[in-house]
Structures are given as structure tokens and as C-alpha cells.
Design a protein around this ligand. Structure first.
Ligand code: G3I
Length: 439
């Protein structure tokens, strides 16, 4: 038994049994979770240009959301796609502190405990949401990023070396900022915001304290580690009845991070100040696995919170029919997993938000790479990924090469290569948004 051969054989046996279990899980997910699939919505679209509403398809399971900016809604076509397909909206940037806090007004008012706010971009988004019966996830109140340093400085000074205020002053500034923002939106748009990302990305196993709290954060450095609990306590105090308070983070399937997050959720739940966990879900075509996603959702649910998928995008740098069909199978697989874990494991997954509408505006594209991670191309046409999210039967359930190729052939996408080539060319028109005349 001591021999190396025996150990290798034992390890191989375990690996085989794990892989068999995994394969069975995937089959169970894909067979059970497939409920109402769309019958060839993609084929119909390719022939007629018509396609079903994404949020209507999922209305019995999840709200379906999209992140956007107010300038995008100026275009009638963009606005029409959002109104048809989404039942939830998140401001990609316009409800973050660096968009909401008003430095000039704060200095002018001169109250060291109470900064001033403005809501220009955000109000345009909430106007649209309110008019179209769409609800909003408010993203985000307390975050180490996109929060100006002057908010932590004496006199709200923008000088990079300005002295920072003391803990008591910063706690007062935090409370007044949360109070003013919540009261503004809840008064002007009653019933529109259903969820608040109260604290974003506070866990950083790479540079953290004993609780996993990110140290590279002015909130942590000026207020202290209890800034998280304080933020949720103030949010609970000023939120409107029924609004859910979330902790939101990325890489939430990573083991190390998950352990810290679960501890944080349990602590906040025990104090009655949290309702939900936001799993951002910025993922790739291959990772994390369906099993990892499902296990993480169950682990968070076990703390007694609701789960939102808050910022889903699936990074792909392949605009060809093959690459985009592979991406579509991943969207289908993730939606199957979410449906399965909700229906069969009783996990309360309430909403699924994609982090952008058009590939041409994804945050994933930068000077070194161009990504095609979302549901619509830059010409605002639905991609295979859209139909994957619909669980359309023309999108393969697996990413197997032969299934991908078969789907492309059946849909005749190769012959529509020019469509994708145009799509690819149009991406090079650097973030061009086809903005129709304003209504
Ligand atoms: O508004 C300024 C503009 O005035 C200026 O001319 C321009 C050029 O520098 O920058 C503009 O600000 C940009 C902002 O987006 C609004 O477009 C910032 O540079 C840019 O860094 C910022 O990126 C956002 C990023 O958060 C910042 O961290 C992305 O759009 C947004 O998608 C991304 O979203 C985050 C979530 O909030 C939290 N989870 C991760 C996710 C991806 O990073």
C-alpha cells in the first residue's frame, strides 16, 4: 500500500470518480434545468429580424438587467432595445460617488460634516426607468474606487497631499452622503430602486486584514474596518421599505474570497443590516465551472441572503461565427445553472444583470485588446449570445466543437460571414454608437 504505484492508482481512481460525478452533474443540470426553451428564435430572427423579449422569457424566474449610461438612452433604437428586453437597469457609472459627489458645492456650503451631491446623469436614467416601468439596482454607495480623495480631505480639498479628516468627521460625511442620496432617489422616484449595492469590493485576499478586508481603501484607512457595518447600518436607516441592501463583489466563486465573504455576510445578517449578495460574474468562456457557480450561490444563500448576478459579461476576443457561437453556449450554460440552482436547490436568485448592452461599449476592451462579451453587437443586432441567454434550441448546450460547427452550418452563419465581418469592422469604429435622432 505504501508503493508509489498504489498511490498513483488510488489518485487516478479518485480523479475518475470525480470526473464521472462532474459529468453526471452537468447532464443533470442541462436535462433538468432546460424548461421552456425557445423554439428556434434565432432562425426566426435571421429570417425576419424579429426576436422575443429577453425579460419576458425569464419573468417567472429572474429580473433581467443591463448596465448603461444616460447618454446611450438618447438614441431611440438603444432605448427601445432596453425597454423591450430588460426589467432592471444599473447605472454603469452615474450612481458612483465620483458622479454623485459635488466638490464645488461642498466647498461653497462649507459644512465639514456634510458634502453636497448632484444627480444629473443618474436622474436621466431613473427618468427613463420610471417611464418604462423598469426597476433599478443602485450601484454603488461605498467603494474604494471611483470615490474622490477630496471627500476624505479637510475642507474637501482636491490637493493630492491635503490632510485627511478624522474618523468621526468621515462617519458623519458617510451618513449624510448615504442619507441624501437615498432620500433624493426614493423621493423623486418612489418604488424604482429595488436594490442598493451598499458596499462594493471590500474583500481583497491579496492585501487584507484578518477579516479579509481590503486595506487599500480610504474608507478603511480613515474610518477603520467597521466602515462596512456602518455603511450598511446607515443604508438600513435611510432605505425605503422593501429595498434590499447588497454586498457586491467579483471573483465570488474563488475559494479564499468566498470564505471571507461568507463570514462578512453572516456578521451583517446577524445585525439585520443586509439582504443580498451581488455576484458580479465577470467570467470567461471556460471558467468558473457551472459547479463552482452553483456551489458559491448555495454557500451565499446558506447565510440567509438573496443572490443577484450583478455584472455578467463573458470575455471573448473572437468575433467570428465560431467564437460567438461558443460564447452563446456559455451564456446558455450559465442561465441553465442559475435556473437549476433556483428551481432544484431553492436558492433565491432574484436578478441577472449583464454589464452592458453593446460589445462596442464593454469595459473589457482597451488599447491592448478588443472584446465581444455581450448580447448585442455595435450595430445593435442581437448576437448568438442573446439567443443563448434565451435558452434558444438553436444554440448548442455544450461547447463541443462538432456541436458548434453543426449549429453554425444549420443557421447558415458562415454564409452570413459578411455580417460578422461587418460586425468585426464596425467594432473598429471605436465605440461608435449608432445614435438615432433624439425623440
Ligand atoms: O467620465 C470620465 C471622462 O470625463 C473622461 O474624459 C474619460 C477619459 O479619462 O474618463 C471618464 O471616466 C471613465 C468612467 O468609466 C466613465 O466612462 C473612467 O476613466 C473609467 O475608468 C471608468 O471605467 C469604469 C470602471 O468601472 C471604473 O472602475 C467602467 O466604465 C465600468 O464598467 C466599471 O464597472 C465596474 C463596476 O462598477 C464594479 N465592478 C467592476 C466593474 C468593471 O471594472
Amino acid at each position: 500500500k505504501g508503493s508509489i504505484l498504489y498511490k498513483v492508482m488510488r489518485m487516478t481512481k479518485r480523479m475518475i470518480s470525480f470526473l464521472v460525478a462532474l459529468a453526471l452533474t452537468v447532464c443533470v443540470i442541462s436535462s433538468f434545468a432546460e424548461g421552456t426553451v425557445n423554439m428556434s428564435a434565432y432562425r426566426t430572427y435571421l429570417e425576419t429580424g424579429e426576436y422575443p423579449s429577453l425579460c419576458d422569457q425569464w419573468q417567472d424566474e429572474f429580473k433581467i438587467g443591463v448596465a448603461l449610461s444616460s447618454f446611450q438612452l438618447a438614441g431611440a433604437k438603444f432605448a427601445g432595445i432596453v425597454a423591450k428586453n430588460f426589467s432592471s437597469i444599473t447605472c454603469e457609472n452615474e450612481m458612483k460617488a465620483d458622479s454623485i459627489l459635488d466638490q464645488t458645492a461642498s466647498v461653497r456650503a462649507g459644512d465639514p460634516l456634510h458634502a453636497k451631491l448632484h444627480f444629473y446623469g443618474a436622474d436621466k436614467v431613473l427618468d427613463f426607468a420610471s417611464k418604462n416601468g423598469i426597476q433599478v439596482r443602485a450601484h454603488t454607495l461605498v467603494w474604494h474606487s471611483q470615490t474622490p480623495r477630496w471627500f476624505f480631505a479637510e475642507g474637501y480639498s482636491t490637493k493630492s497631499d491635503a490632510a485627511l479628516v478624522d474618523r468621526e468627521t468621515m462617519i458623519a460625511r458617510m451618513e449624510n452622503y448615504i442619507k441624501d442620496e437615498m432620500e433624493h432617489f426614493n423621493t423623486k422616484y418612489p418604488g424604482v430602486i429595488y436594490a442598493w449595492d451598499v458596499v462594493n469590493e471590500a474583500i481583497d485576499p491579496g492585501n487584507c486584514d484578518e477579516n479579509g478586508y481590503r486595506k487599500e481603501s480610504l474608507w478603511y484607512q480613515v474610518v477603520g474596518p467597521d466602515y462596512i457595518e456602518l455603511a450598511f447600518t446607515f443604508a438600513r436607516k435611510y432605505a425605503a421599505p422593501g429595498q434590499k441592501l447588497f454586498y457586491n463583489d467579483y471573483s465570488t466563486t474563488d475559494m479564499a474570497k468566498k470564505v471571507y465573504i461568507v463570514k462578512l455576510l453572516r456578521n451583517l445578517k446577524a445585525k439585520g443590516v443586509i439582504d443580498g449578495m451581488g455576484m458580479q460574474t465577470h467570467i470567461s468562456v471556460t471558467s468558473p465551472s457551472a459547479m463552482d457557480i452553483m456551489t458559491a450561490i448555495r454557500d451565499y444563500t446558506d447565510t440567509g441572503v438573496t443572490v443577484h448576478i450583478t455584472e455578467m459579461d463573458i470575455s471573448s476576443e473572437d468575433p467570428t461565427p465560431y467564437g460567438q457561437m461558443l460564447l452563446a453556449t456559455r451564456y446558455r450554460s450559465v442561465m441553465n445553472t442559475l435556473k437549476f440552482v433556483k428551481e432544484k436547490s431553492g436558492c433565491d436568485v432574484e436578478s441577472v444583470t449583464v454589464w452592458g448592452l453593446l460589445d462596442s461599449q464593454t469595459w473589457l476592451t482597451n488599447s491592448s485588446r478588443t472584446c465581444y462579451p455581450l448580447l448585442f453587437d455595435s450595430k445593435m443586432n442581437p448576437k448568438p449570445a442573446f439567443f443563448g441567454m434565451l435558452l434558444d434550441d438553436s444554440i448548442p448546450k455544450t461547447g463541443k466543437d462538432e456541436d458548434i460547427q453543426k449549429a453554425i452550418d444549420e443557421l447558415g452563419l458562415e454564409s452570413k460571414e459578411e455580417k460578422f465581418r461587418n460586425f468585426d469592422d464596425s467594432i473598429s469604429e471605436e465605440n461608435e454608437v449608432v445614435v438615432d435622432e433624439v425623440e
